[in-house]
Design a protein around this ligand. Sequence first.
Ligand SMILES: Nc1ncnc2c1ncn2[C@@H]1O[C@H](COP(=O)(O)OP(=O)(O)OP(=O)(O)O)[C@@H](O)[C@H]1O
Ligand SMILES: [Mg+2]
Length: 377
Amino acid sequence: MNNPFPTTQYFGRETFCDRESEMRDVISNIRNNNSTTLTAIRRMGKTGLIFHIFETYKDEITPIYVDILSTNNKSDFVNVLSTAIINAVPEKTTLGKKLWKYFKTLRPVISFDPLSGNPQVSISGSEAEAENDIHALLTFLNNLDVRVVIAIDEFQQILEYPMQNMDAWLRTVIQTLPNVVFVFSGSQRHLITQLFADPGRPFYRSTQILHFGSIPKEIYRQFIVDQFNKSKKLIPVEIANSIWEWASGHTYYVQLLCNRLFANCGKQITRENMNREISKIFQEQEVVFYQYRELLTKPQWNLLKAIGIENEVTTPTSAKFINDHQLGGSASVLRSLKALEIKEMIYSESGEAEKKAYRVYDVLLKRWMQNKFRMIK
Ligand SMILES: Nc1ncnc2c1ncn2[C@@H]1O[C@H](COP(=O)(O)OP(=O)(O)OP(=O)(O)O)[C@@H](O)[C@H]1O
Ligand SMILES: [Mg+2]
């Protein structure tokens, strides 16, 4: 029996928890030819959600997934996108035959990935030619009798490209493709906000932004209990609840702890098991945590520690917070706060009614700090 709590990739509907309402929103957008932008903090489950939607609605859509994190410019983008398109449709199918026949007229350079054996495409020629080719390929998809959905993951990467007009170009292309629906996804919320919500940028209001947070505790804990039960293992619901709490509802960390408990413990999961697995994870990670300390200035590290210990901080420049943690002046705190946010060591989020709150990004680091510095909140 495989571990029912994967911590990497997507392994099908059996191991996936909830996200029903997010799925409904996205599929409704797809059916109505509107694009969606998924945003969430890192490791909350954006990529998993895309794969889950693709799996769930595979009879209705022709899904194409592309991760552009490794791309540095428009040619890279065109190459990974055409590779994804070609790999999404098996050559043997009727659709695949049509696609390949058409694709070959673009005279791409096709090589084969030595590991997977999958074709890899590079469209040679000038940038203008590559642009025309990808546009032609997308137009071909647009004119087919199937609903093509293209998910572009790590979309904020286009902001790193040297040309300024990438989003303008893409927007123009997309506007000519009424039957191809896009799902953009990105982790760095401010970048997504910059691309999609700033009236000066071409993507402004052209996509529905769907920001999502934790899977609700009641749903996740039941899922945990059920997953253990399926393998004839028992976990009390209170412990499942504590796992969610310990992970602050952050998907990857819930999965990680459940994965370890499933792998290393017997048929009856106890609180001691949970505590022991947490200590083991801390031990493994400690080197990394001390590395963080080396990479930060002393005021930054102290502020990070203070936010970690507090769990969340809404008034980082208040006299109480500064005094409690001996952080010096408020100007220095603001400087460090900004630096930590840019380095993605912390993130800030504000709900509808609540104030903006700062939290440590890495839940393991946060819990380790709380443990190490003995001020558990
Ligand atoms: N709803 C879910 N149920 C069970 N496991 C999930 C769920 N969502 C995500 N996961 C698992 O959590 C881990 C992190 O999820 P994922 O990689 O999708 O996050 P992400 O938001 O794309 O992260 P990043 O910003 O780093 O790309 C994955 O291993 C995935 O298997
Ligand atoms: Mg991802």
